[in-house]
Ligand binder design. Structure first.
Ligand SMILES: Nc1ncnc2c1ncn2[C@@H]1O[C@H](COP(=O)(O)OP(=O)(O)O)[C@@H](O)[C@H]1O
Ligand SMILES: [Mg+2]
Length: 271
């Protein structure tokens, strides 16, 4: 019996999405979950927020409902709606409602993009009542202990019209994400791409000088995700300069001068 249990535990381990911790974020997530507190993740694009949430959901054994928010997203997209199915109208739960009913983690990515009425749904869920009122069905759902709400946004390209109101953000336990420190980032890039650690270290070094160029011309520094792309292409046999141009220059800027500046920094390292 016991070895069967071990085997399934190992299988479960294997299915955990790979996540390399940077600080105390895993412990903080787990505490927030246990204390039934909602969590807000801030940080630039491609620094590991989504991977972190899927890792933690698997670790806690909860189903994950991820929603990428956009400016057309309404409360009904989250809660659900009546749909015509085979001549009958039937209520279909949205991802937020499913997470509440099934006791799962609902992750709203780029939450600042969503329409204003979305916050109306989130407010009663993020105070100690933990309620989800479904006006259309007349239900008032009480979130079970294993429900958790996680939201994220990128403060980098936040503008005045699109930011979280204090009355909303002060309902969350919050943590900041950033690009991992060099050693951790090498580990991640090597593991994700299959490229040898030393060659990844050279890319991570390069990333530091490219990130230093962030400023008026460059909105965001090169992400860990793009470094993984670059290493993946190099590992597949692409010449380094071609791979770097396609992953560390073109996705970052359309401006020729900025592109040239980035390319120069890359040639200085690899040329
Ligand atoms: N700490 C980390 N552990 C493992 N992989 C990471 C980590 N940080 C970044 N990554 C890699 O970077 C990619 C982008 O991360 P992602 O979570 O999608 O970023 P975000 O959601 O912050 O935009 C992931 O697919 C993964 O390959
Ligand atoms: Mg993401």
């Amino acid at each position: 019996m016991s070895h069967i249990a071990t085997a399934s535990a190992q299988n479960f381990e294997q299915e955990l999405p790979y996540y390399e911790p940077v600080g105390n974020e895993c412990a903080l997530f787990e505490q927030a979950y246990q204390q039934r507190l909602p969590l807000l993740l801030k940080g630039p694009t491609g620094c590991g927020k989504t991977r972190f949430v899927s890792h933690m959901a698997a670790k806690l054994g909860r189903p994950l409902f991820t929603v990428s928010c956009h400016d057309d997203l309404t409360a009904a997209d989250l809660t659900g709606r009546y749909l015509l199915q085979g001549g009958e109208t039937r209520w279909v739960d949205g991802p937020l409602t499913r997470a509440v009913r099934e006791g799962g983690i609902c992750y709203l990515d780029e939450v600042v993009e969503a329409r204003k009425d979305v916050t109306v749904v989130l407010h009663p869920l993020t105070d100690d009542r933990r309620l989800l009122p479904l006006e259309r069905t007349g239900e008032l759902l009480e979130a079970p202990d294993d429900f958790m709400l996680v939201v994220s946004y990128n403060p980098g390209y936040q503008h005045i019209l699109k930011s979280l109101k204090p009355s909303t953000r002060q309902r969350f336990v919050a943590m900041s994400f950033d690009f991992p420190p060099p050693k951790v980032e090498c580990e991640i890039v090597a593991r994700e791409s299959g490229l040898a650690y030393d060659r990844c270290a050279a890319l991570v070094n390069l990333a530091a000088s490219l990130r230093a160029m962030k400023g008026q011309d460059l909105e965001e520094g090169v992400s860990t995700r793009l470094l993984v792309y670059c290493a993946t292409l190099i590992n597949a046999g692409m010449p380094i300069l071609d791979a770097a141009c396609a992953t560390l220059v073109e996705p970052l800027s359309d401006d020729q001068d900025v592109q040239q500046g980035l390319m120069e920094a890359i040639r200085a390292t690899f040329g």
